[in-house]
Design a protein around this ligand. Structure first.
Ligand SMILES: [Ca+2]
Length: 444
């Protein structure tokens, strides 16, 4: 239930890769510390919080909470909340490097997680079977989400959710979003679902085993055990039922899988590789798509799918179904959705990905992405002011550049794309403007 958009358009952008319509922020979920999609973080400046201003603000929030019908005891307890400067530092940090598909997937779907996930499937098999019967979400997917969110409950994040949300609601950057989440969290406490000292989660307020934001809790959490509390911190029946209920509400198909790795035919039109291009399976088969092992594509009447290339043309190609789109409502990262699907496959004993990381695959730094943008500008493919974040505009410009020089147009910003841009710019005498990242000037 994590959204890693913050401080991290770079992340969302590069991660979302070619052909993905949305690097736009998910409005429902803030970023989490559980599983950062960046390999390194720049040090954020230390944050100081004005204690008097915070107290004055808190009194105002308490008054609003009372007006919203939250009980006096809960509102009184809010008075002792202490802001956490570290939370604001997390919220403001800028990723220094993007993460490649390969570094992400290797970390998300490692052997230890597969082994542990299989053990969880066995241990909780009867419960998960009941949940599947009632909500139509297959056990291997629930366990995959659980593994990615908190490593099967090993890491909730360790922050007091109320303290973290109050800090972020006080900070001006995304005050409205977090203020609303804070009131939802207070309502959850007020309803007696959890004791205040057990309401722990990520620095951004994502709670419990599956990292539900308070608003998601209020919309979808389930008391499976019938004790009057939806305890997503301590009760696995409540945890699994809540997650399955949420996925089901978003349109999960219990009789379908997430997608599959495929082989694209030579000469495949890369403009067709986009989440918003959906075609019936028969149509994709007719275009020459095959299973990764070369076998014929299974065709199910009525099913539509999209092609995604999260690492560009030199990475794996996936044909993804409705459940992939549902996963991207949970977390709007295409890498996350691919990791959930692949982990679920591995839990079921399916093989590793057929595609392997190409030699020299490495993340781009923010400065290198700025250089790509500056070079695109210099070559007449306008991306606006370089910002080090390869979003939809940059990807579209990169595709246009790739088409103009006759190379596969996947719009994927990587070291090879940078090299090609440098070479073409040098040939044409196109000089990029200096950027914020102090782009080293090659002409002195
Ligand atoms: Ca319960």
């Amino acid at each position: 239930m994590v959204q890693r958009v913050v401080g991290a358009a770079l992340v969302a952008a590069i991660v979302l890769g070619s052909g993905v319509a949305g690097a736009q922020p998910n409005t429902q979920f803030p970023p989490s510390t559980q599983f950062p999609q960046v390999s390194q973080q720049a040090q954020a400046a230390p944050v100081e919080i004005d204690a008097a201003a915070f107290q004055a603000w808190l009194a105002e929030v308490q008054a609003e909470a009372l007006a919203k019908g939250i009980g006096a005891a809960t509102v009184d307890a809010l008075g002792s909340v202490k802001p956490i400067p570290k939370v604001i530092e997390y919220d403001r940090r800028q990723p220094e490097f993007s993460q490649t598909f390969w570094t992400y997937i290797d970390r998300a779907v490692n052997q230890q997680r597969i082994t542990q996930g299989q053990e969880m499937l066995r241990r909780h098999g009867p419960l998960l079977a009941e949940i599947e019967r009632d909500y139509g979400v297959q056990p291997r997917f629930l366990v995959a989400f659980w593994g990615l969110e908190t490593n099967f409950g090993a890491n909730f994040g360790g922050f007091s959710v109320i303290d973290a949300l109050a800090t972020l609601a006080f900070d001006e950057r995304r005050a409205a979003f977090f203020r609303s989440e804070l009131f939802d969290a207070l309502a959850i406490l007020d309803a007696g679902h959890i004791a205040p000292d057990r309401m722990v989660g990520s620095w951004a307020g994502a709670m419990g085993h599956l990292q539900f934001m308070p608003s998601t809790f209020r919309a979808h959490a389930v008391d499976r055990t019938g004790d009057g509390r939806a305890d997503i911190w301590g009760s696995l029946p409540d945890v699994f039922a809540s997650a399955a209920n949420y996925l089901s509400a978003e349109g999960w198909k219990g009789d379908q899988t997430w997608g599959r790795e495929i082989r694209l035919p030579a000469g495949f039109d890369l403009d067709q590789a986009a989440m918003n291009v959906r075609k019936p399976l028969a149509e994709w088969a007719a275009l020459g798509l095959r299973k990764a092992d070369g076998g014929p594509l299974p065709v199910v009447e009525g099913m539509e799918a999209s092609v995604v290339l999260p690492a560009g043309v030199r990475g794996p190609a996936f044909l993804v179904y409705e459940n992939f789109h549902v996963t991207m409502k949970w977390n709007r990262s295409i890498l996350y959705a691919a990791a959930v699907g692949h982990l679920a496959d591995r839990l079921a004993g399916l093989p590793p990905l057929d595609a392997k990381a190409p030699p020299g695959a490495r993340p781009l730094s923010r400065v290198e992405v700025e250089e790509i943008q500056a070079l695109l500008n210099a070559l007449g493919h306008d991306v606006g002011e370089p910002d080090g974040m390869a979003g939809p505009v940059t990807r579209a410009a990169l595709r246009a550049f790739q088409k103009s020089v006759g190379i596969p147009a996947d719009g994927h910003a990587d070291p090879l794309a940078l090299e090609r841009l440098r070479a073409v710019a040098a040939e044409r005498g196109a000089v990029p403007a200096r950027t914020n990242g102090a782009l080293p000037s090659r002409d002195g």
